[in-house]
Design a protein around this ligand. Structure first.
Ligand code: ADP
Ligand code: MG
Length: 629
């Protein structure tokens, strides 16, 4: 999937050179201290700002308004970061959602109740509603089309604003939107703190979200919705949730905007006005937590510096966006975090020996009906145009067994897996999971207990190794999204357990010391093992591995075989698609042999080895005999 985000969620894509100054513990201590001190200073200045301006300036309310407006922009930029950065959804309607939120607040404050808090609640609701509606009509849209749809939605919101005069005040807009404190208008200094409080709240919500299973699910969908589905994540639900939250935050910023300036009109929704959020996001660093805030702060300072030439502001912002994209595509924060000076201190990535034991974190599969196949395909037919990829294939995989599927290249093995897990619609036949018709969507099949590992590596490369494994646990998480946002006790308990378990599982792949590294930093074999570990983390009852052994070293092969045996002991059904015949023969209880979309043999390894049909299928292709010997 195309995304605009080159920024890692964690640092660590540059190999550490231990021994250098920037990797020393002392340097990291000093850096933490300096950054901490700067943060405290920044927070102190923000808190004291009304007092400072009052003391030093004849124009205090102007400078208060400046920072309050920047904080409101930062809130909207965080919202944009959620959808574009963490969700990979190109949104051109954020200024429109802000406008909609502003209208909601304006209408409530001026025409209904006068309560600014109610106005804020309404704006969050309206922002969420607009986002959810737009997402529902564009669930299947690709990256660019989604961008176009949101662009259209933005125009519609503005047009509705212009025409629906009784609510929006038409072209003129709504004015006199003043927050009240008791019977009086709230002093600007007080409202300044209201804005600041909301910025902190939104920042914390963003952080909580991104660090939870809910955020990991969104990032997984951003990376690959197919893989996310294999982890039991519903791409539609994940997008809806994230974009809905993003819309709510955008609506909130609209309310604050209207309350701060006292008016709202259709011009607020124009893309011209929206550009500042894009510049802020890219300048500060997309997919970083603090990037949006820093980006907006830099812009606010710049705009203030050139305010005498205000008519050039848009031009300057446009050039700045261009420059940021070209020179520091990761933004200030992303560039800092990826640099030698700014990256996190990560454990030494020394290659660990693969342990002889599989960690004891895979529970026994219980409560499965006796004598019933864990996974069964009956008469499966799948044609791609003229290609008969599968022609009436039957396959029965029993619990507590390792079931091999072998066959020459192009014989239909991967297609069979995709049919069994509902990635492909089948032309004819039936798929049963523990005797029941398999659900129609891939993520539901995962929930029914069937997890697959793809033939081509499908890691989430831009998140950490640990986060990859944690994403595999998404299905098992029972906390709600609101629990994740607010870090409820149940969330914290589960999160702790999951991290502990994930580290144990990583130990199996010799990756414990790599937990915080980006997945993209791993070797090919490590990546393949990590994928298997991630699938195991979802606690499947049926685990389908599509050529997992390709490119593994012999010790990695041993580790994989050990894991498969342990999974079998614990009652799982393991489906192993493999080219390496020796590997398959040594491990499998039963083997199904495919050739040109048909089953040519099935049974024990001995039977398959002796089968004339199999010999012919392989002997007819000397290249494969070579490869498998
Ligand atoms: P295997 O995994 O055994 O190597 P595949 O299942 O990948 O084989 O492919 C079986 C046949 O189906 C091949 O001829 C392949 O070209 C064809 N095929 C697989 N996927 C598609 C697809 N998405 N579109 C068209 N043809 C496909
Ligand atoms: Mg294949």
């Amino acid at each position: 999937m195309a995304t605009v985000d080159p920024t890692p969620a964690r640092a660590g894509d540059v190999a550490a050179k231990s021994g250098s100054l920037f990797d020393s513990a002392a340097y990291h201590r000093v850096r933490t201290l300096v950054l901490g001190a700067l943060s405290v200073l920044a927070i102190a200045v923000l808190l004291m700002w009304p007092v400072i301006t009052d003391y030093y300036s004849y124009n205090a309310s102007y400078y208060n308004g400046l920072v309050a407006s920047a904080a409101i922009s930062a809130i909207l930029t965080i919202s944009l970061n959620l959808s574009m950065g963490y969700g990979g959804m190109l949104s051109m309607m954020h200024s429109g959602m802000q406008l909609a939120g502003g209208y909601a607040a304006g209408y409530l404050v001026v025409k209904v109740s006068g309560s600014w808090l109610l106005g804020i609640v309404a704006s969050v609701a309206v922002g969420t509603l607009v986002a959810v509606l737009v997402l529902l009509v564009s669930l299947r849209a690709t990256y660019l089309y989604f961008g176009m749809i949101t662009l259209a939605a933005n125009l519609i919101v503005i047009e509705v604003g212009r025409e629906w005069e009784s609510v929006t005040g038409g072209i003129v807009g709504v004015s006199g939107i003043a927050p009240k404190l008791g019977d009086d208008v709230m002093p600007k200094q007080f409202f300044y703190y209201v804005v600041l409080a909301f910025l902190v709240l939104v920042y914390v919500l963003q952080r909580n979200l991104v660090r939870s299973g809910v955020g990991r699910a969104s990032m997984a969908v951003r990376e690959s919705s197919d893989t996310a589905s294999a982890m039991g994540i519903s791409p539609a639900r994940a997008k809806l949730l994230l974009f809905g939250i993003s819309g709510g935050v955008a609506g909130l910023s609209g309310a604050l905007y209207a309350l701060q300036l006292g008016f709202i009109n259709p011009d607020v929704g124009l893309l011209d006005n929206g550009i500042i959020f894009f510049v802020g996001l890219f300048l500060g660093g997309i997919s970083t937590l603090i990037g949006p805030v820093i980006g907006v702060a830099l812009i606010a300072i710049l705009v203030e510096l050139i305010k005498d030439q205000a008519r050039y502001t848009t031009l300057v912002l446009g050039c700045l966006l261009l420059l940021a994209m070209m020179v520091i595509p990761r933004g200030v924060v992303g560039t800092w975090k990826a640099s030698r000076v700014g990256r996190d201190k990560l454990s030494d990535p020394d290659d660990e020996a693969l342990p002889d034991q599989v960690p004891d974190v895979v529970p026994e599969v219980r409560d499965v009906p006796a004598g019933v196949a864990a996974l069964e395909g009956v008469g499966i037919v799948k044609h791609f145009g003229g290609v008969h990829a599968l022609d009436g294939v039957d396959v029965r995989v029993m619990p507590g067994t390792v079931h091999g599927i072998i066959g020459p290249n192009g014989s239909g093995k991967s297609t069979l897996v995709s049919c069994l897990t509902r990635y492909h619609q089948i032309d004819k036949g039936q798929v049963l999971v523990f005797g029941e018709e398999a659900p129609a969507a891939p993520h539901r099949v995962a929930h029914a207990g069937v997890t697959r590992v793809f033939q081509v590596p499908h890691l989430f490369e831009r998140v950490s190794v640990l986060d990859n494994v944690l994403t595999g646990m998404r299905m098992r998480e029972t906390y709600s999204w609101s629990g994740a946002l607010l870090r409820s006790p149940s969330y914290r308990r589960q999160d702790l357990q999951e991290r502990e378990e994930a580290r144990q599982l990583l130990g199996f792949a010799g990756l414990a010391s790599r937990a915080d590294w980006l997945a993209s930093s791993l070797s090919h074999g490590q990546k393949r093992l990590l994928e298997v570990v991630r699938a195991v983390a979802s606690r499947p009852k049926v685990l389908i591995l599509d050529e997992p052994a390709t490119g593994l070293t012999s010790s990695e092969l041993d580790a994989l075989a050990r894991l498969c045996r342990v999974l079998r002991e614990r009652g799982l059904a393991v489906v192993l698609i493999e080219h390496n015949v020796d590997f398959v023969m040594g491990l499998c209880d039963e083997i199904t042999v495919l050739e040109s979309g048909k089953v040519i043999e099935r049974g024990s390894p001995e039977r398959v080895r002796a089968s004339a049909a199999v010999l012919e299928a392989y002997l007819g292709r000397p290249d494969l005999v070579e490869e498998t010997s």
